[in-house]
Ligand binder design. Structure first.
Ligand code: KIV
Length: 289
């Protein structure tokens, strides 16, 4: 075995569950394919920094997505559209540095792959070489199939994303549910089969009726990752700021909030301010003499 050969551990898909399974290497596309075979569902969370990513990695989350949702959930933009390649490289590198086991997938942002497969390849290579991610994600079904094919041929694992594709927010006029009605449902099915045929290792289905997502999941050999797509997908993804209750205001119907970190942090900031005002912080144990 030379330095660039995969180790025996890398060569084998884990037969243990994705949770508590192999811990001496990162989760790979083969582990995810094996999970689909045995019917094991898995979770994916977004992450945009080393600290948060490290928490989810330690908790056993097998796949972390450096989503371009960083635009509206981390960088203060209204949508994902303004996010640049330089920003994605910087955020993705931090998430890679903060983790040991999760597969790190990074989004190709708007404008970084739609021109041509060559442009997609150039930018996917940046995410792999400069940030060290294990896979990239891009939006679009049939329209992105040629780019997916080239990336996969070049050795880049690709997660596809169909249904509601947020980079098209201005064309959609918002974030409407996709795949309603016969023609739209058939198109979604064609998109799903096109990305599988092109070599994608998984496909995100966003804001799709649950019955249609179940049909797609049943017809694909690759795992489907649902967000607002019902319970029958092979995996589920949530944006971490939504699931942890950091998002201000309303969250989409498909979000379940597992914590209320916004309230916890606001309470902590108010308690700190009160202590400073009253002179009870710093106390003797926080003080040097
Ligand atoms: O950017 C993102 O966070 C995503 C998920 C919503 C799937 O694409």
């Amino acid at each position: 075995m030379n330095a660039s050969s995969p180790s025996p551990a890398q060569n084998q898909a884990s037969t243990a569950t994705l949770y508590g399974g192999v811990t001496n290497r990162r989760v790979t596309v083969r582990d995810l394919a094996a999970a689909k075979q045995r019917g094991e569902k898995w979770s994916m969370l977004t992450a945009y920094d080393a600290l948060t990513a490290g928490v989810f990695d330690e908790a056993g989350t097998p796949v972390l997505l450096v989503g371009d949702s960083a635009g509206n959930c981390h960088l203060g933009y209204e949508t994902t559209v303004p996010v640049t390649m330089d920003q994605m490289v910087m955020l993705s590198a931090a998430v890679v540095r903060g983790t040991k086991r999760a597969m790190i997938v990074a989004d190709l942002p708007f404008g970084s792959y739609q021109e041509s497969p060559a442009q997609a390849m150039r930018n996917a290579a940046r995410l792999m070489k400069e940030a060290g991610v294990g896979a990239v994600k891009l939006e679009g079904g049939e329209r992105s199939a040629r780019s997916i094919e080239l990336l996969v041929e070049a050795g880049v694992p690709v997660m596809a994303h169909i249904g509601l594709t947020p980079q098209s927010v201005h064309a959609f006029g918002g974030y409407p549910v996709q795949g309603r009605g016969d023609e739209a449902a058939h198109q979604l099915l064609r998109d799903a089969k096109a990305v599988q045929q092109a070599g994608a290792f998984a496909v995100v289905l966003e804001a799709v009726p649950a019955e249609l997502a179940a049909q797609v999941t049943g017809q694909l050999a690759i795992p489907t990752v649902g967000i607002g797509a019902g319970v029958d997908c092979d995996a589920q993804v949530l944006v971490w700021t939504d699931f942890a209750g950091m998002t201000a205001g309303r969250v989409p119907k498909f979000v379940k909030q597992y914590a209320n970190l916004r309230a916890v942090l606001a309470d902590a900031a108010r308690a700190f301010a009160d202590d400073v005002q009253s002179g009870t912080f710093p106390a003797a144990e926080h003080t040097f003499h």
